[in-house]
Design a protein around this ligand. Structure first.
Ligand code: ADP
Ligand code: MG
Length: 140
C-alpha cells in the first residue's frame, strides 16, 4: 500500500448543522491526515464546473443548487490508500445503504444531502485537488 492523497469536501448540510468537527474526527480517527483545508462558499459556476461529470444526470441542477446553499469545507487527506480509505469512511452514496459507523450513516440527511464528497479514483483525486488548491496550500 502506498501513501496517497485524496480530495474531500464537507457539504452544506453538514456546515449548516455545525458538525464539521465530528466529521473531521472520523478521518483522523481512521489514520488519515488533513494536509490542506479551507472553507468556501461556491457560486453556481464553480459548483457546476466541479460536478460537470454529472451534467447529464437528472439530479445535476438540484445538486449544484444544494452545493451553493451554504459554505463547504474542502480538504486534502493523506494516508495509506487514502482514496479507498476515504470512500470507506464516508459510506455508500445513499445513507440508507451505508454501513454502520460511516459518516453518511451517522450524519447524512438524504441521498442528495449526504454530508461529504470524496474522490472515486486516484486520477480524479489529482484533478480535484488541482482544481481546488494551489500547491502552496498543501502542507504535508
Ligand atoms: P458519490 O458522492 O458517492 O461519489 P455520485 O458521484 O454518484 O456519488 O453522486 C454525486 C452526488 O450527487 C452524491 O454524493 C449526491 O449528493 C448526489 N446524488 C447522487 N445520486 C443522486 C440522486 N439519485 N438524486 C439526488 N442526488 C443524487
Ligand atoms: Mg462521485
Amino acid at each position: 500500500m502506498a501513501i496517497e492523497r485524496t480530495f474531500s469536501m464537507i457539504k452544506p448540510d453538514a456546515t449548516k448543522r455545525n458538525i464539521t468537527g465530528k466529521i473531521i474526527s472520523k478521518f483522523e480517527d481512521a489514520g488519515l491526515r488533513i494536509v490542506a483545508q479551507k472553507r468556501v462558499h461556491w457560486n453556481k459556476e464553480q459548483a457546476g464546473e466541479f460536478y460537470a461529470v454529472h451534467k447529464e444526470r437528472p439530479f445535476y441542477g438540484e445538486l449544484v443548487d444544494f452545493m451553493i446553499s451554504g459554505p463547504i469545507v474542502m480538504q486534502v487527506l493523506e494516508g495509506e490508500d487514502a482514496v479507498a480509505a476515504n470512500r470507506k469512511i464516508m459510506g455508500a452514496t445513499n445513507p440508507e445503504d451505508a454501513d454502520a459507523g460511516t459518516i453518511r450513516k451517522e450524519f447524512a440527511e438524504s441521498l442528495e444531502a449526504n454530508s461529504v464528497h470524496g474522490s472515486d479514483s486516484p486520477e480524479n483525486a489529482a484533478l480535484e485537488i488541482a482544481m481546488c488548491f494551489d500547491e502552496s496550500e498543501i502542507v504535508g
